[in-house]
Write a protein of this length. Structure first.
Length: 170
């Protein structure tokens, strides 16, 4: 199997599909496929964050969103973060996963399935949370530190754990 590079991830804001005014990109932040990345006004991207648009998947980030250092977003299946979303350090959001192909096919070589992730306005993702493909996190929801989100989170719910479960409403 021939492998190819996605490039260095170094970018300038004018390479993005859109970049609103007042955005901050800290040292070491990387954006892959910047032509598939839309960033609203006043967005902060922390040190060492990796935003991975994809050749057929879009990454859209709403106005006023804060992305902590060392985050990793992979938008192969489309990823949308609403306005004023807080994303703690080291959060991982994935929109694709290998599908089951049987024991005769190494998992690495099995087909990849894609499913969008949506984080609605005013939500907050705690440090180290992981959001898996196909999940919608509702408006104003709060995801606890280290939570693994495997299914939709209702608006204004507080979730935590692995897998994440609703603890209460805000």
């Amino acid at each position: 199997m021939r492998r190819t590079s996605h490039g260095s991830g170094r970018f300038s804001p004018d390479q993005l599909a859109a970049c609103g005014e007042g955005c901050v990109f800290e040292e070491g932040s990387l954006i892959f496929h910047p032509d598939r990345v839309w960033i609203g006004a006043g967005v902060y991207v922390g040190h060492g964050a990796i935003l991975h648009g994809y050749h057929k998947g879009d990454l859209r980030i709403g106005d006023g969103t804060w992305i902590g250092p060392q985050c990793f977003f992979h938008a192969a299946g489309h990823l949308t973060l609403g306005r004023n979303v807080g994303v703690g350090p080291s959060v991982k959001i994935i929109t694709s996963a290998h599908q089951e192909a049987g024991r005769d096919v190494p998992i690495l070589h099995s087909p990849i399935g894609f499913a969008p992730v949506v984080v609605e306005d005013d939500a907050d993702l705690g440090v180290g949370a992981i959001v898996l493909p196909g999940v919608t996190i509702g408006r104003g929801a709060q995801v606890g530190a280290g939570a693994v989100v495997t299914r939709d989170v209702p608006a204004y719910a507080v979730v935590a754990g692995n897998p994440a479960r609703v603890l209460r409403e805000r």
